[in-house]
Design a protein around this ligand. Structure first.
Ligand code: BGC
Length: 436
């Protein structure tokens, strides 16, 4: 049952209202000192920054013609070679955490064949973070999978789960004991969430054709790319994979803080008929249930979704839009953090939050409004343990390639030289105050 709450006069309910018995108490305004181990970080993902990730499913899809990608990832930010410089920048910004992904397709280029060199590379990154006083926060799977895995039907096949579990165990051993936090999956609920966007629905036939073309390209019978497969099959399989991966990783690293992250919009019901409850049941509920025994829930928020009778509606007329055609709506973070905490009973780490804008002043404004909301949630007692901004670098933004800058740091596309934007030290100042 959706409680009739009025939000800015146009909406009749929110996802948060489905799980919150009453509205939040009146808010105090004095800044609250945060826990001394609060994570202040910036994030990247292997495929989006490393470059030359030729053995991944995304690389295959990026090279189809026609392609859903504006351009292939290519050299990305060349972080495979420039990772020391990236870590130095995180330190220079005054942050204490670097979240980055390890690439399964580099570590296991063929089934059962593990690259010690790739593992040593990621372990060196972990060591270097420590040398710089940073906490390394590891993502085991950030969307991409090895092309051989996609060619075996990817997450659509329950029999493939074993491969992921073994990879996680091998990686957990190879990475050593010196990282404190990990995510098995980044946003495994993204594909179902995207299916509520009208544009994505329109593109689905093209993705389906893409899967067929990709299969032909790599000589497989079937190719199931991570974001383009049948979610009625992938969701249950990824839930099992998450549970088994947690068990495998914890058998090596029982002390690790481990969870997964969810793509969370501030889900709001449009006036009149809204499929809000149906959307939540499909996109979120299975995952809220699946994470119950985890150490934390990773919340990743970019804005709100206004849910109409059977799909998300476009942003309100006249609303400021970002370069990913989303409404500029930083207040979503407060709502999703409260919602995630209530729905899972877990401590929350904001593992991604950010905005694609050309004008860095808008990123600062976004950050300030998002963090003000986070502060309100914390003052109301929500157990939030970190804020990690997406992204450290302007990087490969999937199908939009290099047209949607999310970074605290700009990257020259030819020389790969990095230029810190004002938003970088701005976030660093929050970290040094450690209060909200
Ligand atoms: C993903 C990132 C992506 C970001 C911005 C999140 O869904 O984890 O890989 O770049 O959003 O779109």
């Amino acid at each position: 049952m959706i409680h009739p709450v009025s939000r800015r006069g146009i909406l009749r309910g929110t996802a948060a209202s489905l799980v919150m018995a009453s509205a939040a108490p009146l808010l105090a305004t004095a800044p609250r000192k945060l826990r001394s181990d609060f994570l202040w970080g910036a994030a990247t993902a292997g495929h989006q920054v490393e470059g030359g990730n030729v053995n991944s499913d995304s690389w295959v899809s990026e090279h189809l013609r026609p392609s859903a990608f504006a351009e292939p990832s290519g050299d990305a930010c060349d972080s495979w070679n420039r990772w020391r410089e990236d870590i130095d920048i995180v330190e220079r910004l005054g942050l204490n955490t670097y979240r980055f992904g390890i690439e399964w397709s580099r570590i296991e280029p063929e089934p059962g064949e593990y690259s010690q060199a790739a593992l040593a590379h990621y372990r060196a990154m972990i060591d270097y973070c420590h040398a710089r006083g940073l906490r390394p926060f590891i993502t085991f799977s950030h969307f991409t999978v090895p092309r051989w895995f996609a060619g075996m039907g990817g997450w659509e096949e329950a029999a493939n789960i074993d491969h992921f579990v073994r990879f996680c165990e091998v990686a957990a051993r190879g990475l050593g004991p010196d990282y404190t936090h990990g995510l098995t999956f980044n946003e495994p609920n993204l594909a179902p969430q995207l299916s509520w966007q009208p544009d994505f629905r329109k593109a689905m036939p093209m993705f389906a054709l893409g899967n067929k073309a990709a299969a032909r390209l790599i000589g497989a019978d079937r190719f199931a790319g991570t974001l383009t497969s049948d979610t009625t099959k992938t969701v249950p399989n990824q839930i099992t994979a998450h549970h088994r991966a947690v068990e495998a990783i914890k058998s090596v690293r029982p002390d690790l803080q481990l969870g997964l992250s969810l793509s969370m919009a501030d889900e709001q019901a449009a006036p009149g008929e809204s499929a809000l409850e149906r959307k939540i049941a499909q996109v979120y509920a299975p995952w809220f249930e699946a994470v119950r025994k985890d150490d934390f829930i990773g919340v990743q928020t970019y804005g709100r979704a206004i849910v109409g009778p059977d799909a998300d509606l476009p942003p309100p007329i006249g609303a400021e839009q970002t370069l990913t055609q989303m409404e500029f709506y930083p207040e979503a973070l407060e709502a999703t953090v409260r919602w995630a905490a209530k729905a899972t009973g877990l401590p929350v780490i904001v593992t991604e939050n950010g905005v694609a804008v050309a004008d860095d002043r808008r990123r600062i404004a976004y950050m300030d409004r998002a963090l003000a909301g986070l502060g309100r949630a914390i003052r109301d007692g929500v157990d939030v343990r970190g804020y990690i901004h997406w992204a450290l670098l302007d990087n490969f933004e999937w199908n939009r390639a290099y047209t949607a800058p999310f970074g605290l740091v700009a990257v020259d596309r030819k020389t790969f030289s990095r230029t810190i934007k004002p938003s970088g030290p701005h976030l660093g100042r929050y970290a040094s105050r450690n209060s909200l």
